[in-house]
Write a protein that binds this ligand. Structure first.
Ligand SMILES: [Zn+2]
Length: 448
């Protein structure tokens, strides 16, 4: 892989890599690590060190720009206690889970502990607008399980691995991914729920399960490399500025902040695309959305001139901005709603508000008045309303969302021959007073 000179990364708009929330402090590089004195009977002593060294270095080899540095400091003679209880500030790898801490079914477990010192935030790659917090790692121990038949890479290559045997090198590479701070691409539950949809997640080193008798993945996958670069750089992403709101009514001004890591010394070319056809080359731009819509914002960063050579990123936050107008009738409707007679004193309300921008209507309430008296309220999209007895009623539909509120009323004469909508929309302006009371009324949710 010639990644040293050129990396092209496009973070997927949907599910991407996951992190543990822990990261090693670069000031503390190289990160020292040891092997316990409990040596596995499955392998030659030398091989046990060799496989760890190779697996640790796989991360450096395939993601060289992350500039990970680890240093093996040797066997801890007389030391064998593993797992969380051994968080003694010495990062140690244990074969055969000497303290029997790993759960059944685990091939290996990495136990990491934080210093409690805040490191940085990163925008979540899967959920727009969500920020994840990272802390520095204090101690990390890798523990390979007992009761697993382990095989060397050569044994697997030679076909000597039997059913339910596992390659120690592939598992070690995976565990060192946790060690550096990477979590699984997909968990078992994601697979079972059909939420692990991208084939790339299955081939990643950080997929939740290993394949029996396999040396794969010998090389890190794109997913793994992206994950490690996002933690250690070089990396570019962005957040919505703290005093800026990404949901609201038009005109909506949203300010963005570039976040970079490991790009010191590089010359950056920046291009923002705001999703509505407008772009900017400013570092931290503000943009005003004037048309309602749900907008995906993307950032292209080209860098050159630092030690890593050239790099290109596209970072995208899908459906990040929601710019709304006040609720209004859909294109082919005269008003916000109509109604149909169902039976007796019951009528079907038919909500005809425009739903073309998802999320722009998040509150709905129907108020039924007889004269000046509010006789019932219903919080449902298109409810059936039983008026109880004949008479003349005023039905007001209140709608609210980030772009504002709207209200519209119709007079329904219940108990006459009522087979269609014959009423005339009342003036929305005349009902504004009702609409204004909406916020308080909806919270009480008397019905529905
Ligand atoms: Zn794992």
């Amino acid at each position: 892989m010639s990644a040293a000179l050129f990396i092209a990364l496009v973070s997927a708009p949907s599910l991407a890599w996951n992190h543990m929330g822990l990261v090693w402090k670069r000031d503390d590089f190289p990160v020292p690590w040891y092997m316990s004195d409990y040596l596995s009977p499955d392998f030659e002593d030398e091989y046990q060190v060799e496989v760890l060294d190779r697996s640790m270095n796989a991360w450096n080899r395939d993601a060289p720009c992350a500039e990970l540095e680890a240093e093996y400091l040797g066997v801890r003679e007389g030391h064998w206690i593993s797992g969380a209880s051994a968080s003694d500030g010495m990062n140690t790898v244990y074969y055969d889970d000497p303290a029997e801490q790993n759960g059944d079914g685990a091939l290996g477990v990495t136990y990491s502990r934080s210093t409690g010192e805040f490191a940085f935030t990163l925008p979540d790659p899967d959920e727009a607008g969500v920020i994840n917090y990272y802390f520095y790692t204090a101690d990390s121990d890798v523990v390979f399980s007992q009761n697993v038949s382990w095989y060397t890479a050569d044994q697997i290559e030679a076909g000597d691995c039997v059913e339910n045997g596992y390659g120690i090198e592939a598992v070690a590479t995976h565990e060192f991914g946790h060690y550096w701070g990477i979590d699984h691409t997909c968990e078992e539950i994601d697979v079972n729920n059909n939420e692990c949809t991208d084939p790339a997640f299955y081939s990643a080193t950080m997929f939740w399960s290993g394949t029996p008798c396999s040396n794969a993945p010998n090389d890190l996958d794109t997913q793994d490399v992206e994950a490690i670069l996002a933690l250690y750089g070089p990396y570019a992403s962005f957040v919505v500025a703290g005093d800026s709101d990404r949901f609201g009514g038009v005109p909506l001004e949203v300010c963005f902040e570039l976040q970079t890591k490991g790009t010191e010394g590089a010359e950056l070319e920046i291009l923002w695309s705001f999703g509505d056809g407008n772009t900017s080359t400013e570092t931290n731009p503000c943009h005003t959305y004037t048309t309602k819509g749900q907008y995906t914002v993307s950032l292209d960063v080209d860098g050159s001139g630092n030690e890593c050579g050239e790099f290109t990123y596209t970072y995208r936050e899908a459906a990040l901005v929601l710019a709304c107008e006040a609720p209004q009738p859909s294109a082919d409707s005269a008003g916000l709603f109509t109604y149909e007679w169902v039976e007796d004193n019951t009528y079907q309300m038919v909500n005809e508000a425009d739903l073309s921008v998802y999320g722009c209507i998040d509150r709905v309430q129907w108020d039924v008045f007889k004269g000046d008296e509010l006789v019932q309220s219903v919080a449902a999209w298109s409810p059936k309303i039983d008026f109880g007895e004949p008479g003349e009623y005023e039905v007001v539909l209140n709608l609210g969302g980030p772009g504002g509120i709207a209200a519209e009323g119709l007079t329904i004469t219940v108990g006459e021959e009522s087979k269609g909508c014959s009423a005339i929309p009342a003036s929305a302006a005349g009902l504004l007073g009702l609409g204004m009371a909406f916020g308080a009324a909806i919270r009480r949710r008397r019905r529905g």
